[in-house]
Design a protein around this ligand. Structure first.
Ligand code: GDP
Length: 477
């Protein structure tokens, strides 16, 4: 149905997820917080009571320790002073998220940092120097998740890398960590190519030490939630938070992310103009990796082999079949939302269903909101369009995504949709089979930061599996 986009006579809709979300916000400052529920079908997945209560306590913690509080001031004053013992139990501890890679990667690492914060009673603050404030509203009431610009380490954050003396993995490697001196801050490196020493972050023993470090600054391009589940003493609490193990991203992303009014305007305008009247919406996310990227016939053939093979799109009929199926009043309308950097894929689909009738008589309406050609991360409008498209994809009934694309992972997780994943084409050929139905709606942790300490745990954790589209990755099912 049609959504309102900020008119004065807004219906007072319940925020999405009901009790999952924080209350106490001014609705108009962030329309998506309330309007999403009018576009989304109610999620069949309900958050556990424990998750809801942990989120409420997190909000109180964030308010007590967040920017502008005395606790925050005290904590920043301690930066740079290593301590002999750990500080008092009531002192606030923090984990700082920094943006790395494209928007999909950023959203995945942000959710991972937030779950880590929930698990370890830390306060999560986000580096706001990219365009995060143009994309998302504040998730926590009466405080801010933005790391203040005058944070004492701001100038250092950019120089944190594996060579840096505060890099945890590097310190482990050079035996610079001892349990008597607690550094005031550490840099944590969690990338697809992190070293074995960096991956030791995910060992139970190391977590015991890290718990006493007041500030952690994390850089990551991964969804490393599955690796948190492989820390043995994290598992009982995680199971209590998420009795349905494949709902972590779904719940946390719906809780944390509320697109700004500008982005939400794009979502609702597209939805109302092209999608709201359809009987069914199919989303197709086409991400072409490699250079040159662009339009390839084998990719188009693969999309058709998958969508027609899985009966997501009808076959084409003959001109004669048109005569028998031309009953437009009763025909079902299927809207196909295509997102891609390249406009040619939707053009091709559109032409196909214009030139010939569908064999079923269904009316196929193809829509692609943008075709930006090249990735332009950190350009405000480009990122806003990308986010709007991720949200639109998450509002579809059925979804086809591209292998190893974090853009698609975010859409499926937000929407609670188990997509069909298009396999990666090799040698410019259509893979056989062209696609596979995902085991769960959870994102894949593309290159699992598995540490040696986790090799046993993974064997006895049946709900962490290797990904359908990436054998080096793991995901929750
Ligand atoms: P990934 O590289 O597919 O894992 O996804 P990311 O989101 O991390 O990075 C890709 C970036 O390219 C996005 O953030 C967008 O900036 C851009 N991009 C890729 N695909 C699309 C698309 O379908 N629509 C739009 N608007 N932008 C896209």
């Amino acid at each position: 149905h049609t959504a309102t986009e900020g008119s004065n006579e807004q219906p007072r809709e319940k925020p999405l997820g009901g009790r999952l979300l924080a209350t106490g916000f001014d609705d108009k400052s962030c329309l998506s917080r309330y309007h999403q529920s009018s576009l989304r079908k109610p999620s069949p997945y309900k958050p556990s009571r424990y998750l809801v209560s942990r989120l409420r306590s997190y909000e109180m913690l964030h308010k007590r320790c967040g920017p502008g509080t005395n606790a925050y001031k005290r904590a920043t004053e301690r930066l740079g002073h290593n301590e002999v013992r750990s500080s008092g139990a009531d002192e606030c501890r923090y984990v700082v998220w920094t943006p790395k890679f494209g928007l999909g990667n950023r959203i995945l690492s942000l959710v991972s940092v937030f779950l880590y914060a929930l698990m370890t009673d830390r306060v999560m603050l986000v580096d706001q120097r990219s365009d995060i404030t143009d994309l998302f509203c504040e998730p926590f009431p009466n405080t801010s998740w933005l790391l203040p610009l005058d944070f004492p380490l701001t100038d250092q954050i950019d120089s944190f890398d594996r060579e840096h003396s505060q890099c945890y993995g590097t310190m482990l490697k050079s035996h610079a960590i001892n349990s008597t001196t607690i550094p005031s801050h550490l840099y944590i490196d969690i990338f697809h190519d992190s070293r074995d020493h960096d991956k030791m972050f995910f060992c139970e023993k190391n977590q015991a030490f890290l718990g006493s470090v007041p500030w952690l600054v994390v850089k990551s391009n991964l969804y490393y939630v599955p690796s948190l589940w492989l820390i043995p003493n994290f598992q009982p609490k995680l199971k209590k938070l998420f009795p349905e193990t494949d709902t972590v991203f779904h719940h946390l992303s719906q809780y944390l992310f509320h697109p700004t009014n500008q982005v939400w305007g794009m979502v609702t305008r597209s939805y109302n103009a092209y999608l709201s009247r359809a009987d069914e919406i199919l989303g197709i996310q086409v991400r072409v990796f490699g250079t040159p990227a662009g339009y390839f016939k084998h990719v188009m053939d693969q999309i058709l082999a998958c969508t027609q093979g899985q009966k997501l799109l009808p076959e084409l009929g003959t001109p004669e079949s048109q005569v028998t199926t031309n009953t437009s009043e009763t025909s079902k309308v299927k809207a196909v939302l295509v997102t891609s950097l390249h406009p040619e894929y939707s053009d091709s689909l559109k032409n196909m269903f214009w030139e010939r009738p569908s064999s079923t008589g269904e009316i196929i309406e193809v829509y692609q909101p943008s075709g930006e050609q090249v990735q332009q991360t950190d350009t405000k409008l480009h990122d806003q369009k990308a986010l709007a498209e991720i949200y639109l994809l998450s509002l579809t009934d059925k979804l086809v995504t591209s292998t190893r694309s974090t853009f698609g992972y975010v859409a499926q997780g937000l929407g609670g949709i188990r997509p069909w994943i298009l396999y990666e084409p090799r040698n410019s050929k259509v893979p056989n089979p062209p696609c596979v139905k995902a085991m769960s709606m959870e994102p894949c942790s593309l290159k699992a930061p598995l540490s040696l300490c986790q090799t046993e745990t993974i064997k006895v954790t049946p709900f962490v599996k290797y990904c359908e589209d990436r054998i080096t990755g793991i995901k929750l099912v």
